[in-house]
Design a protein. Sequence first.
Lengths: 351, 642
Amino acid sequence: MSTHPLLSVDQLRVEYPVRNRPPFRAVDDVTIAIGPRETVGLVGESGSGKTTIASAVLGFAPATAGTIAFDGEDITGATRHRRRRLSASLQVVFQDPYSSLNPSRTIGKTLSETLRPHGSPSKSEVAERVASILERVGLDPGAADRYPNQFSGGQRQRIAIARALIVRPRLVICDEPVSSLDLSVQAQVLNLLRSLQDELGLSYLFISHDLAVVRRISMRVVVLYRGRVMEAGPAAVVYNDPAHPYTRALLQSVPIPNPNLQRARRTSRERSTPDLPSTVKPESCQFAPRCPWAVDVCREQQPPEELTSEGVFVTCHRWREFGALPSRHQSRRRQTSAPDCGSPQATGRVG
Amino acid sequence: MSTSVPVVDRGAKPSGGNPRFFRRLLRRPVAIVCCAYLAVLVGVAIVAPIAMPSVNSQNAGDLFGANQLPSWSHLLGTDTLGRDVLSRLLVGDRVTLVGVVEALVVVLVLAVPLGLAAGYLGGWTDRVVTWLADLTFSLPAVVIIIVVLSVFPTSMLAGMATFGVIAAPGLMRVVRSATLPIREELYIKAAEASGLSRTYILTRHILPRIAGVVIVQASLLAAVALGVQTGLAFLKLLVADPAPSWGGMVADGTSVLLLHPWLIIPPGATIAVTMLALSLLGDAVRDAAVESWSAPVRTKRAAAKAAPASAGTTPPAGARLLTVQHLSVSFPGREQDVRVVEDVSFGVAAGEIVGIVGESGCGKSVTASAIVGLLPGSGRIDGGSIWFGGKDLARASEAELRKVRGRTIAFVSQEPMASLDPAYRVGFQIEEALRRHRGLSRAAARARALELLRDMHFVDPGAVARRYPHELSGGMAQRVAIARALAGEPELLIADEPTTALDVTVQAEILELIRELQMTRQMAVLVVTHDWGVVADLCDRVVVMYAGQIVERSDVQSIFDTPLHPYTEALLASNPHLEPEAATLPMIPGTVPPPGSWPAGCRFSARCRYAVAACAELEVAIEAPYQGHETRCIRYGQLTKT
């Protein structure tokens, strides 16, 4: 047994050049580790750097500092040749199922080309693998001869998943794979990803702006804001008992589908300041300008990363004070937050 | 309104460089004529020099019969040296076509790979290639060709190849700029992540996508090359006497222009017709290529007025602010019109917030845009009425609609950025709306605009008013869009997925803002959304749509407590925010049927877990089991028991 994780991102920093100004730091000091058969969720709003992290892992965005290692091997500045070999174990599913399939190529061609860089299997073998993977993601093998425009968004996303899985990778990066799908289809795709994981022993880096979706599929979540990790830990704990004010704001902002409960929730919501000009001192807490709890120290010093008793890393100067806050529904969940707990949270989520 | 329309178009999208393209091309008479003409030219170019070998070396014909007009023995007359014009024209065809082909080959071989490389690889490759192209652009083309031809006298290859090199940068730029947007497509990223080589991506993914552009440009370049070829031949630079060429024949004719004007007509007309054929073919190719994805011309208002009078011509008694009755909307499809909204009826009372909920393709956005007469493309209202302020908007003229739009009904779309003009400061855009709708003076409009921005909870309205749309975040842009929508003091605000493109923390602010506006201004709001959370947060009443129909109508609390349609129930259950952490999420099997292929009977029956045989047989009518709670389901009794 190897001791290293399958993917380890260590103190990653990604900067983009900006004309006449210091470079824009999209990702700063982010550390993530994903073990075999594990799903780590990456949550954040637009501009949080979650997609940049995925791009860096895939080699599309160069890391300014830090390292990315796959199965113990440093792939931070991997050559095209190395990337080609890597693609046998590392694949990706993108958000937009319309842009991610070439409209002028049949599904069969799109799926089989993924096999090209990895040996040259015979025609019949390729056809067989295409048919079997299509069947596995719930599509008719006859789909191979058709063009993407004959499929709906959900079906296209299944095809995109099939394309990633046909080489039998070990890690799949899912960049907002369900956010452009309808609710009813979203559940289908999430369930599919889950069962494929069990069956094929996959690891996922699952990126989403929706903490509720991430919680469904991830064992651990990392909450990002402006390129920095705000909070990271077991999914159930972070979701039910968020330690960081940003995570709390994220959870409280989602309107819940129940008018009475939503009314109550609205009144108890901690108001964060609406979006403000985008320059924040690098040596401060990035969330401070919007944080309802921010004090002077938050604007002056970068908070340290601290470990809570529940195994959550939190980057906040004042996190210890929030444990005692009475008004939050999440704090009531403290006692029921064991990861495998099947408590009736559907009815009890909001007090 | 962007969500539903693609569903209509989906079936009509082309699948790139497929064989259907040629069938589409040959459906056009112009294309058939051009192709036939060019085919004849190619045939002649092959056959004529073989059939009439003597023409190429014929120095003189019957000198006594020179400069004759057409006759039976010489169909196109004879030239200054008594040679037959027709046979010279036919034999000269080969040299002309060869010249065009040589030029074209050189252009394509240079421009396509370089353009692809520059566009796809970017960086240094792009810079060097673009720099070389600019350099070539600055060269005097004609001079260079003449210099080259003085080194290689009467060398067709040298002349036309030089022309090809000089013409290549133009096509190269076209290829490069066609490649740039394709490089950003996710399927290119996916191919790269799969470890496919660059050559493979260029030839298999990018090249087929730009083929249409290249074909059009090539046919136009061929016409230009023909012009250049005949021009050089005219100057006797390409073809040595006595071999015939079209340009040379024109030159021959011009020398006796006054005495014998007929002589320039056969070669001149042939050159003109050939260039015309090449250009027209280019147009036909382009039209055939874009035919399937370009929307037909808007004709909707004229058609809408002819809407069948399925409803009365007077507003219904006890009318609410807005009453939609039996509304149907169609879009023209490939063979016949496709219905996307069918028999939709609902009302919005003054000061009330009503939500239209459904998944993409259910017709919710189309319904909302039909109310203000802003149907995308060539969609049209083909039934029902929309009563607002004593008028039927479904029958209103464009001028009447313009009066209503923005003034009494305001519209906020999903993409706030797209609804603001990037060229003007946002303050000016709000002022403009105020002056148009309310007739305010410039100063009053400015003051009112700042007031509106303050109502949108901007801390510094003055600073926001001075910004351009691109300087705003998504949430700020949506607040500005709402401020502008409110300029006309509307009685009804239609918000089409107002928060879908926004982050959740920003969404919460916008929802709060809409609720506050509704309360302080007693404004009615019609919200189109797919998000049950938004419905729960905002709405008083809800209309649920599925496959173009209303399936359930109710007040907001009952729809969450006791949904009466299996679709509503299943949709609510599949929400990841609600369900306990079970191993699998409850889900609805299958997909929403696209417009045009709606099943008979209940449209949801194929996906419904309560369905019985009767569901798929008869069209299901809306019924109201409870006061104010209606459903389009014959089995709703089963739902309420579970």
